[in-house]
Design a protein around this ligand. Structure first.
Ligand code: Z5A
Length: 221
């Protein structure tokens, strides 16, 4: 069975922290897990990421932004995700197609129908088996991101998305919750406000609940 699990949420919701812990947790149980992220994951994706997060000075319109995320995803799916799934690895992905609907659809106001079509095209119709949505009030997420940016490392400086107004981030949060409500069988909504350990335990519970986990048989015995 192919295991493709995505981690989604607004700014500072803790996805990146949790995906690393989840991948380690799986590997400790003998499950080959690949952890990857969008935009990025491939050399082309990393170039596109630099353009998109743009801590420089050029302008990117909403339409160009959408197409750049789609291009990064198309390469990521072809070069990394599908081969890993074919090789029997579990793939954990930090953001995927739902992010495009949340950010470019709900956030930027681009047409949701077109985004869904473009998402299916760029992902070769691949859909996650399960999506963990880390939900956190906007202010709390932005405060975490600001604290990280204040750390002084250039790569942690605020990016184009973090510099957006609060209302933009509010639309993203509501957008994610409505995408999740439309597909309750795929989504698990996790309260991102708890401690790293509490949230990790919740993630493990979601992974353990997946059917036919070989390691669970051993742990229960
Ligand atoms: N984007 C898009 O518009 N369309 C698309 O199709 C795709 C993406 C795929 C990518 O930015 C941007 O691209 C993203 C959406 C857009 N922008 N935004 N916003 P990115 O990859 O650089 O960043 P990100 O995906 O937004 O992640 P993030 O800002 O790094 O946040 P995170 O992954 O959710 O959280 P984190 O890195 O795990 O934690 C953030 C900080 O909080 C960090 O200092 C942690 O130590 C701390 N943290 C984490 N968990 C906790 C808990 N539980 N308590 C306290 N502190 C915590």
């Amino acid at each position: 069975m192919k295991r493709f699990i995505t981690f989604e949420g607004g700014e500072g919701s803790g996805k990146t922290t949790q995906i690393k812990l989840a991948a380690d947790w799986l590997r400790e149980r003998g499950i080959p897990a690949l952890s990857t992220a969008e935009p990025g994951g491939t050399p082309l994706g990393r170039k596109i990421r630099e353009l998109l997060l743009n801590r420089g000075s050029w302008t990117i319109g909403a339409e160009a932004e959408l197409l750049l995320f789609a291009a990064a995803r198309a390469q990521h799916v072809r070069e990394i995700i599908l081969p890993a799934l074919e090789a029997g690895q579990w793939v954990l992905c930090d953001r995927f197609a739902d992010a495009t609907l949340a950010y470019q659809g709900f956030g930027r106001g681009l047409d949701a129908g077109f985004i869904r079509t473009l998402n299916a095209f760029s992902a070769q119709a691949l859909k996650p088996e399960m999506t963990l949505l880390f939900d956190l009030p906007v202010e709390a997420g932005l405060a975490r991101a600001k604290k990280r940016a204040a750390g002084g490392r250039p790569e942690a400086a605020e990016d184009r998305f973090e510099q957006e107004e609060r209302a933009f981030h509010g639309r993203i949060r509501e957008g994610y919750l409505s995408i999740a409500a439309a597909e309750p069988e795929r989504f698990r909504i996790i309260d991102g406000a708890g401690s790293v350990e509490t949230v990790h335990r919740e993630v493990c519970r979601c992974l353990e609940a997946l059917p036919q986990l070989p390691f669970l048989e051993g742990e229960r015995a």
